[in-house]
Design a protein around this ligand. Structure first.
Ligand code: GLU
Length: 488
């Protein structure tokens, strides 16, 4: 039975790195018919916030992958203590009555003082007799419960990581880490392993920053007479300068909701994250969710840190994002049917304050779908469909190539007459305007440009006849009038 878990701590927002961890777990489970467990690691009461829980769920729901089972660590404290007790009863853990603030290993000074002075345990506590330890506990003295890491053992601690390979560390280099704090709360190491055991997790897929914790976890699993799961650690996500991605340093680019709000499709964002540290055998890049499920494997994960290529500082809003992310999003946008894309664009348009109908959005969608990379681009690519009044533009734009203001005016005047009588469909519009150009003795392009600028407010716009058809006769004629007035 393959079971994976995603175990975010609700101390912030959903980080892109956490999202990738979730996605890799999900893909691995779906690929192999396994179960996805979502576990909130919420035992750190001082740092947990409801806002953070909400923001994690918000991000996960947007990804729209779903999960099969859901747990909160804070509701499982009895289990954690039970497993700690089982380890203690075997003599593999001991009570440490040293007041927490005097524990050298937890003070910054010792960390700084170098590897050869690494703190391993507090003096006098490992050796306390069980009777003495029981007596002091019964007298109400507070204690932390520490794992009794073997000293001078002939065998090192080892595990095989699916990504980083064989990992070996001498137990003599591992401190007697806490299982329970002196307030009785489980540490991350204990809570995580106890839950992984109880929830029968078969594969732990998580960030590389936990690789060094894993030795302790192996000791806990073995201490609790459980077989350690298969571990797979994922390479770090880093900024272009190689630094670890952090909100404080890199801002919104590390938060999943930034991608959502900019108009990434969740499936494109998932596709992008998958390519950070993993690649399929055939090096394909543009992949649907199902294609990812079909080919995902732990073997495809590489060890090197994965770079998200954003510009710092970004000169344009698009530079906040990796060009590959934008490219993939554009590809996924083009892969959607008109109906599906239109349904995704409509809320973006509404959120910007324009009230247009679904039918109108469906008519606009094919005209812009090749022209947008992000959903929010609809607001710039199709703005002239949404507003009653075009924003001001330079009347010089109305002047056709190799023409002058007089020619522009002639075009607009003739266009107005012709368009008043033409059916507003592609072919009749095409024919009528080409004929008009001939009659005026100018090129078709010289005819189209003033009309395009008159109705769109700029030259760079979707195909003309379809645009006119969607705008309709009334708006088209009114805008041509306004354009002509600018030329007088
Ligand atoms: N709560 C831990 C984190 O967010 C989970 C680590 C793990 O997967 O064991 O980093």
């Amino acid at each position: 039975m393959l079971r994976v878990r995603f175990a975010p701590s609700p101390t912030g927002f959903l980080h892109v790195g956490s999202a990738r961890t979730f996605i890799f777990n999900w893909l691995y489970a779906r690929r192999n018919g396994g179960t996805v467990v979502l576990r909130l690691d919420d035992t750190d009461v001082e740092r947990n916030t409801d806002a953070s829980v909400n923001s994690i769920f918000e991000g996960l729901r947007w990804l729209d992958l779903g999960w099969d089972e859901e747990y909160k660590q804070s509701e499982r404290l009895a289990l954690h203590r039970q497993i700690a007790d089982a380890i203690f009863q075997k003599g593999l853990a001991y009570r440490d009555f040293t007041p927490a603030h005097t524990t050298a290993g937890q003070s910054k000074d010792t960390e700084k003082s170098g590897a050869n002075q690494t703190w391993l345990f507090n003096p006098g506590m490992r050796e306390l007799s069980r009777a003495e330890s029981d007596r002091r506990a019964a007298a109400g003295e507070s204690f932390a419960l520490r794992f009794r890491v073997p000293r001078g053992a002939s065998e090192p601690v080892r595990f095989n990581d699916a990504v980083y390979g064989e990992q070996i560390k001498s137990a003599d280099d591992i401190e007697d880490f806490a299982l329970l704090r002196s307030d009785g709360m489980p540490t991350y190491h204990l809570a995580s392993c106890a839950d992984d055991i109880d929830l029968r997790i078969s594969h732990i897929i998580r960030g590389q920053d936990h690789l060094s914790n894993t030795y302790k976890h192996v000791l806990i699993f073995e201490g609790a007479a459980a077989i350690p799961p298969q571990f797979a650690h994922l390479p770090l996500l880093v900024a272009p300068d190689g630094s670890k991605l952090s909100k404080r340093r890199h801002g919104p680019v590390v938060s999943v909701t930034t991608y959502r709000d900019a108009g990434f499709l969740p499936e494109a964002f998932i596709n992008f994250l998958c390519l950070l540290g993993w690649s399929p055998k055939d090096d394909r890049e543009n992949m649907t969710r199902q294609e990812l499920v079909d080919v995902f494997s732990l073997e495809g994960i590489n060890r090197a840190n994965a770079v998200i290529n954003f510009k710092e500082p970004a000169a344009t809003p698009d530079e906040t994002f990796d060009p590959k992310a934008l490219w993939l999003n554009a590809e996924h946008i083009r892969g959607l049917s008109v109906d599906a894309l239109s349904a995704r664009l409509l809320p973006v348009v509404h959120a910007a304050g324009f009230s247009i109908t679904p039918e109108r959005m469906q008519a606009i969608t094919p005209l812009i779908r090749e022209r947008i990379k992000l959903l929010r681009d609809v607001l710039t690519a199709a703005d002239f469909f949404f507003v009653d009044q075009l924003p001001p533009y330079d009347p010089a734009e109305l002047i056709p190539q190799k023409g002058d203001a007089a020619m522009a005016l002639k075009v607009l005047t003739r266009a107005k007459e012709v368009l008043a009588q033409t059916e507003f469909k592609h072919d009749p519009l095409d024919q009528a305007l080409r004929t008009a150009a001939q009659e005026l003795g100018i090129k078709a392009g010289q005819m189209f440009q003033p009309i395009r600028v008159a109705v769109c407010g700029r030259k760079n716009a979707p195909p003309l006849f379809e645009t006119l058809q969607v705008l309709g006769r009334e708006t088209t004629l009114a805008r041509i009038d306004q354009a002509a007035a600018k030329l007088h």
